[in-house]
Write a protein of this length. Structure first.
Length: 277
């Protein structure tokens, strides 16, 4: 009996899905074309069967149907995902929908969309998509939050936080630029922050802080083979001008360090023996 009612339910959903394609895709010319040549419809149809097996604890069969659908359509919908009425996948190539994703009624998504997780969550890991939502091609919605009813996600957006109802979100990471038909953020397409310049500014600030910190200490510079005091962008107190110096009465090479008018000779073999000249 359960299987009979399940079959009736699936047939009813199929009729709705075909009608949805006719209404939303002006390129659709016939029911036969939609039924046999639309990968999005085929993936949804196979998912509804897989989901029935998944909910009845026959998960191996559910996964087998799901993987067969991937090979046929290049669309991956986990059999555990919950999908509402009149769901439309346009084009469809590269769409991925995770196990705990929930999709409301009258939702449209385009090719390359991912409804996935971040790898940090357990249990509910994937997004909940409200009724009437449109998600543009290549968009990624990642995490266990909700995208509110009648919202639009722009192509290529990466959504990491909840989106209120009746909103438009764009960018990486996505931000809401319109809500209830009113723009809430003047999107400047010209004066976009340059992340490279921002990183250079951060590094310059860090260098300034380090130079100030170094100024508290005596700095020793090693520069060999030159006659004049080396020029640097910072002040130093000692210049080691040679490591092969010689001193009468001492065997072997010595380090030669200059402190303004004072020259310090260090034995390489015994740093405790020093001669100041």
């Amino acid at each position: 009996m359960s299987a009979l009612f399940g079959g009736i339910y699936l047939f009813k959903r199929l009729r709705e899905d075909i009608q949805t394609v006719k209404e939303r895709d002006p390129a659709a010319t016939s029911i036969l074309e939609i039924l046999f040549l639309y990968p999005g419809l085929k993936a949804i149809r196979m998912h509804r069967v897989a989901n029935w097996f998944f909910r009845h604890k026959m998960k191996f069969i559910a996964r087998a149907i799901s993987q067969h659908a991937v090979k046929k359509t290049n669309i991956e919908i986990h059999p555990g995902a919950t999908i509402g009425k009149r769901f439309f996948i346009d084009h469809g190539t590269g769409v991925v929908i995770g196990e705990t994703a929930e999709i409301g009624d009258d939702v449209t998504i385009y090719q390359g969309v991912t409804l996935g997780g971040t790898g940090k969550d357990t249990g509910k890991r994937h997004p909940t998509i409200g009724n009437g939502v449109m998600i543009g091609s290549g968009a990624k919605v990642l995490g266990p939050f909700k995208v509110g009813d009648n919202s639009n996600i722009a192509s290529g957006a990466v959504v990491l936080d909840e989106i209120p109802p009746n909103s438009t979100a764009v960018g990486v990471p996505a931000r809401v630029v319109k809500r209830n038909g009113k723009r809430i953020d003047n999107l400047d397409q010209i004066h976009i922050p340059d992340p490279v310049s921002q990183e250079f500014c951060r590094l310059n600030a860090k260098i300034d802080r380090l130079e100030k910190e170094l100024s508290k200490y005596n700095i020793w510079v090693a520069a060999f083979g030159i006659k004049n005091k080396p020029k640097t962008s910072f002040e130093y107190q000692m210049w080691q001008c040679s490591e092969t110096g010689t001193v009468n009465g001492i065997k072997g090479n010595v380090d030669i360090k200059k402190l303004e008018k004072v020259i310090v000779y260090d034995l390489i073999k015994n740093e405790q023996d020093r001669v100041i000249k």
